[in-house]
Design a protein around this ligand. Sequence first.
Ligand code: MG
Length: 259
Amino acid sequence: MIHCTNKTFLIDLDGTMYRGDQVIPEAIRLIQRLQKLHIPFVFVTNNATRTPQQNADHMRALGFHNIQPKAFFTSAMAAAAHMKKMSTANKVFCIGESGLWEAVRESGYEIDEEKAELVFVGLDRQADFSLYSRAAYCLRHNHALLVGTNGDRRVPHGDGFLIGNGAVLEMLEYASEAKRVTIGKPSAIMMEETLAYIGKSADECVVLGDNLETDVAFGKDNGVLTIMVTSGVHTREDARRFRIQPDLLIASLDELHIK
Ligand SMILES: [Mg+2]
């Protein structure tokens, strides 16, 4: 049993709130309970493809109520915010979908392939050989820093998977010999930026997610309590096999007793 009262929930999306386009009904009930009890929560996701507005629209379409765009903190937002603090570079090259483009634009970056000092890379399901080659050239020629929104190997897709952003980063790193920084869960950078976004400290939060390597590690590595639900990628068996254990392991969000 862990005490969640007065904690802010850092909640994963895919595998925890829904699976692709299929809602997890217990998740709707959990969000309603949190809203009713005025328990704060923010959705923290490695998915850099959607903007906060697109995330809010997606969740509304799945049956969630009263979820505002500001309730989402994505790895794209964390990447843009973090690099603004860490570097004076303003000219960037960017591979990604609307979630990353919006975050980069809103942080005031200028897109300039010739003079780019940073190359932001998030998942882009339309990217091709030519775009990757331009990014690799930019990294090598300009000595630009490679900034990955997340290092996921694979993205679940139907019965199979798609190539994840981490695999693309490995390719670009190999081709260009550039150094990279990877932002998403479970990195300390993602936690630091999440806590800055919500204005809380680690001991005031609890991570809720389905993935041992991203969500549970995200909490454990950064001093935040963790709740794992086995509705997504990892099972109770996996939790036993991995050396990393959540503070609480549940099969369904209905098991979560919050007062
Ligand atoms: Mg997940």
